[in-house]
Design a protein around this ligand. Sequence first.
Ligand code: 57M
Length: 359
Amino acid sequence: MLYHLLYPLHTTYTYLNVFRYITFRTIYATITALVICFILGPWLIRKLRALKMGQVIRDDGPEAHLAKEGTPTMGGILIIFSVVVSTLLWANLTVDYLWLVLMVTLGFGLIGFADDYRKLTNQSSRGVPGKVRLAFEVSIALLVSVVLYAKPGFSSIIAIPFFKTALPDLGWGYIFLSTFIIVGAANAVNLTDGLDGLAIGPAITCFMTYLLFAYFAGNFKIAAYLQIPNVAGVGELSIFCGAVVGAGIGFLWYNTYPAQVFMGDTGSLSLGGTLGALAVVTKQEILLAIVGGIFVLETFSVIFQVGWFKLTHGKRIFRMAPIHHHFELKGWAEPKVIVRFWIISILLALLAISTLKLR
Ligand code: 57M
C-alpha cells in the first residue's frame, strides 16, 4: 500500500524514489513483521492462555514433553497476521504471484486452525480427520497450480539443480508436481514442528534463501547471468519472504526453548505450504529438497520407520520418529537437537545457493 501511495510522489519529493527498490521494501517488510510480533506476542500468549488454548501432550511421546502440557498453541496466528499486514504495507499489490502465495498462506493456515481448534475443544491430540484435511490441502494446492499453469508466460519447465540444460517440460503434468510440492512441504514442516523452535528455525533459513531466489528470478539481468528461469514480477515475493523472515524471528523470540507458545498446525501447515508455493513460483522446485533438507529428513525418517515397522512386524530403525525424537531418546538435551538442526539447515541453504553458480 505504501508503495502505491508514496512512490508516485517521488516526482515532487525525490527521496520517495527509494520505494521503487525491492531491497528497501524487503528490509522494512522484515522489520515491520518483527515489530508486530514483539508488540502482539505477549498479548496473544495471554489471550490463548485465557481461552485455554493449551497443547494437549500425547502420553506416548518422550517423557520430557509431558511438562509442556498446557503450553499455548495456535501461535501461528501471530506469524500469519504479521506476514499479511507487513506484505500489504510494503509490496506492490498489483503482482498476481503475491496473491497466489497469500492464498496458500491463508488457506493452509485456516486448515491448520481448524485442526488445532478441534484438538483443543475435543481435548485430545486427534483433530480434523486426516483425509478431510488432505482433501482441503490438495484442493487449495491444485487451484493455485492450475492458475499458475494457465498464467501466460509461466513456464512448465523445471530447473534441475547442477544442470543448466536438463530442463524437461512437464506440460500439464506440472500441475501435479506443483500440487505435490505444496502439500508435501506443508506436511513436512508439520511433522518437524515437534521441539521448541525446531520448525521455525529452518523455516527462517528457507525463506531467506527463497527471498534471494525470488529476487534473482525476478531480475532479468541476474537471471540471465545465473542462467536460471526469469519470472517477471516474482521479485516482489522478496518482500513477502522478508515479512515471513521477520515474523519467524519474532515468533522464535517466544517459541525458543523453553517455549512460551507453539505455532500449532495453524503455523506449520501455513509456513510449509507457503514454502512449497514459493519454490514453484520462483521456478526452483527441486532445489527445495536441498534448502528444506531438514524437513525432508524428518519426513523420510517417518516413512522409513513406519515402512520398516510394517515390513518387520514391529522392528524400528529409530528409537522414535520423526528423527528429532530419536536424538532426544539418545539423551541429547532438547536445545542441543534444535540448534544442531538449525546449523544443518544453514549449511543446506548455503549449498543450495551455491548450486546457482555450479552449473
Ligand atoms: C505434528 N506435532 C507434535 C504443536 C505444534 C505418523 C506420525 C509420525 C505422526 C506424528 C504426529 O503426530 N505429528 C503431528 C507434530 C506436537 O506439536 C504440536 O503440533 C504442532 C505442529 N503440527 O505447533 O502444537 C508436540 O510437539 C512438541 N512441540 C514442542 N515444541 C514446539 O515448539 O515441544 C511442538 C512444537 C507437542 C509438543 O510435545 O505436543 C508431535 O510430536 O505430535 N507423530 C509423532 O511425531 C509421534 N511419533 C510417533 O508416533 N512415532 C512412531 C511412528 C508413528 C513413526 C514411532 O516412532 O514408532 C511423536 N509425537 C508425539 N508423541 N506427540 C511421538 C509420540
